[in-house]
Design a protein around this ligand. Sequence first.
Ligand code: ADP
Ligand code: MG
Length: 330
Amino acid sequence: DAAINRIAAGEVLERPASAVKELVENAVDAGATRIEVVIADGGKTLIRVTDDGCGIAASDLPLALSRHATSKIDGSDLLNIHSFGFRGEALPSLGAVGRLTITSRVPDADAASIDVAGGKMSDVRPAALSSGTVVELRDMFYATPARLKFLRTDRAEAQAVGDVIKRLAMAEPFITFILRDASNGDNRTTFRADAQTGDLFDALHGRLQTVLGREFAENALAIDAERDGFHLTGYAALPTYSRGAAIAQFLFVNGRPVRDKMLLGALRAAYMDVLSRDRHPVAALFIDCEPTLVDVNVHPAKSEVRFRDPGTVRGLIVSGLRHALAGAGH
Ligand code: ADP
Ligand code: MG
């Protein structure tokens, strides 16, 4: 059983950043307005995610740690996925690869805590916490030195954690995100994005300014287009603000960060006439549609997607962006 957990864990959890992604997505799903992540040694020795979301009832703690237990889907409806989590795999997997402690509190109840290490669960015990959930993962891969060896330097792993948080922060401008580094007894804030207010476009613009910088925000065109049930929103930079490296395209489908060749290709095609071959566009684009129009179940890490009608999505991106670029005189 512990072995099955470890095998399944390997598909979802490759490195500290993948653990952080799962935990922060859980906090978003829980309706948090503030999510704080603390890591030490690139996340290898410590990952702690604190949220002010709905919490987990004490009696549900063991369930949350059981494989395929998810409160978010009933199993018969895999095509109709609204929340980030839907596999019920993250927490049991984390409990299989490190020393996991969950402390949580739901309104009008006492806080409680549970530990898992080596796939073995403790009893639920009383704890102190004012609200929300704290999930702490210590010593990731401590029992599997072979996997530990594949991790990169603390610095590189910390950078990957930062990238994951920045991507999730772009998709959730109304949530405050804080990343701190507690290596060597330190407590440095390495990233902070305060919750934005106003309408979605204002909030997104403000959030992108925090994450991608003032220069991007000043050169960004608002994108807002729709076609056959697909809605495209976000910001795309003027061609004059393009990059020499292909690392500045941020794409989201139904709020999830994705890396998808078709979507990237559509983005490039939209800029084809206004950018030379060695330049890359900068954009943060959000595609939203009914969950039945897209399959996010392609890969355990959930970063690939498969659209029912890729041609429509490609056309929407190309025409939506070209329209905005033309309006700006390009
Ligand atoms: P999934 O997210 O796919 O449902 P997880 O293993 O990530 O599976 O989480 C299992 C369950 O634990 C969730 O369905 C949810 O009910 C609960 N849970 C996990 N993290 C949190 C959190 N931060 N706040 C509230 N509930 C949580
Ligand atoms: Mg989850």
